[in-house]
Design a binder for this molecule. Sequence first.
Ligand code: AMP
Length: 253
Amino acid sequence: MSIDLFRSPTEVKQWRYRQKDLSVGFVPTMGALHEGHLSLVERSMRENDKTVVSIFVNPTQFNDPKDLKAYPTQLETDLELLKALEVDLVFSPEEKDVYPDSYRFKLSENQDSKLLCGADREGHFDGVLTVVMKLFHIVNPTHAYFGEKDYQQLSLISDMAKAFFMDVKVVGCPTFRSREGLALSSRNERLSTQARAKAPNFAKILQSAPSIDEARAELDAQGFEVVYLDQLWNRRFGAVKLEDVRLIDNVAL
Ligand code: AMP
């Protein structure tokens, strides 16, 4: 069985129109799919008549061109994985089709998006919210699935949907971890074998350190470069760099 791969927003809108009253689950991704992404796709498939997955490395959410360039892409492999799950539709547009306005219009939030991952990544969440709003308008899903691994993103998208009276239910899904406890991420692919062995300690320290200060001291001692550590919304959040690869994680307190 082949999988439907659509490139243009118009094709997706026409497809959606044909689904009429069916429930449509949507999983937006930047590709380089792993089991974390697939857990969202499986949940959407269980809970909806149809499931759409988008694969689009969104340039407007990268404040560092080097990070954008280094972001892994593997469309063929991704399509194979989604085909095996029998996903109904994959939407993988080009930048010009998502930004016909060359990013003249954007959505910004001026409170929570300035914290944590927004503090050192100028414009990151404007890019995220803008692309997700565009994708919601194209796909018109009844349900959209986001991972708690990116908890701040999930929370902002959920608030955005409410603020703009959007008819979509934003569903948060638990972080999928390796056996050693590392939150799966497309960026993990860029770690050396040595760093990959050390990376799970980030989650362990985040989870078990009695305080933020003690977590910072332990991470420093183990050679992680701490970008931020903070506690809010009854959760502990952290971002570190290991071999110039940015890892983020969060745990409930
Ligand atoms: P990305 O491709 O990194 O933009 O992620 C696409 C979606 O998958 C986002 O909603 C992420 O939060 C989610 N996601 C990525 N990694 C994981 C993971 N390890 N567990 C659960 N969800 C994840």
